[in-house]
Design a protein around this ligand. Structure first.
Ligand SMILES: [Zn+2]
Length: 122
């Protein structure tokens, strides 16, 4: 097996969060949905976003905006009419505490089983 540089390995084996969210959604369709992501999507994910019918992307960081895949992504999303915006908040710090199993069962029974998640997804 040839030796691969870390960056090559990353590209070859990683599924981007956007693709993972679209492919593993908990709904029949994401058409009309809003996608929350940590980083502005790359061009490959932009194509998936457009084809899936997502109408808005909310991102936290656009730190690669000067690189070609992200310039292309921005153009693709704009041409397709997918709205993009950077998330902003006035909250400077957020702490989540996971309950132990007994607390989780009590919360689940008193709130009808609703739970909050911290993952960025659809
Ligand atoms: Zn991507």
């Amino acid at each position: 097996m040839p030796r691969l540089l870390f960056s090559t390995m990353y590209v070859a084996y990683v599924v981007h969060a956007e693709a993972n969210a679209i492919l593993n959604k908990n709904a029949a369709s994401v058409k009309g949905a809003r996608l929350y992501v940590g980083l502005f999507p790359c061009n490959e994910c932009a194509k998936l976003i457009i084809q899936s019918g997502i109408i808005e992307v909310v991102y936290a960081s656009d730190k690669y905006k000067a690189s070609v895949p992200f310039i292309a992504s921005r153009k693709l999303l704009a041409l397709a009419g997918v709205k993009t915006r950077q998330h902003s908040t006035k909250v400077s710090r957020l702490t989540l505490t996971a309950p132990d199993d007994a607390d989780a069962a009590a919360v689940g029974s008193s709130t009808g089983g609703a739970a909050a998640t911290g993952a960025a997804s659809l």
